[in-house]
Write a protein that binds this ligand. Structure first.
Ligand code: MG
Length: 165
């Protein structure tokens, strides 16, 4: 199973926020541009994960309507067995997902936020974290997290490919 974050993992939220500086008005004016901020390799990455025949879960923290708009416009919802948008801490939601899917092993957790990922792994130590580097954090912070971290989805794909062999 792959539990994947949306903002700054599949979608370049950092760049997007620099374009949309006047939310929420800009959201409607610029909504057609939302698609451009999906990371270029996001679709091929999701296609690769889909081929593993494992459940794919999109786990996004944020305001439901706004998150749903972004996810719908980018068209990536079709890859996922479950799209979960939550305002609660991710470690709380992950427990529910694991329960619902009755998954015990080979559960990957792909996210950009270091502390949030640490909390999930503390709660569920059998999960395999992968960090997608975001400009919000320094390389040193990723390094000291002691979790695998990568600058692109393509590198994450290569890492997963080696691990699942
Ligand atoms: Mg994120």
């Amino acid at each position: 199973m792959f539990i994947i974050d949306f903002d700054d993992t599949l979608f370049d939220t950092h760049a997007f926020k620099q374009v949309l500086t006047n939310l929420p008005e800009d959201l409607y004016k610029q909504s057609s541009r939302i698609k451009e901020f999906l990371f270029p390799e996001a679709v091929s990455f999701l296609e690769f994960l889909k081929e593993t025949n494992q459940p794919l879960i999109l786990l996004s923290l944020g305001e439901a309507n706004w998150q749903k708009t972004k996810i719908d416009i980018t068209g990536i919802g079709r890859f996922f067995d479950l799209v979960c948008i939550t305002a609660d801490a991710k470690e709380e939601v992950v427990g529910k997902i694991l329960n619902d899917f009755k998954m015990k092993k080979d559960i990957w957790f792909i996210n950009d936020k270091i502390e949030e990922t640490k909390k999930v792994i503390q709660e569920f130590p059998h999960l395999k974290p992968i960090l997608k580097m975001s400009p919000k954090f320094s390389v040193e912070e990723y390094e000291s997290s002691l979790m695998p971290y990568f600058s692109t989805l393509t590198l994450i794909q290569q890492y997963v490919e080696q691990q699942v062999k």
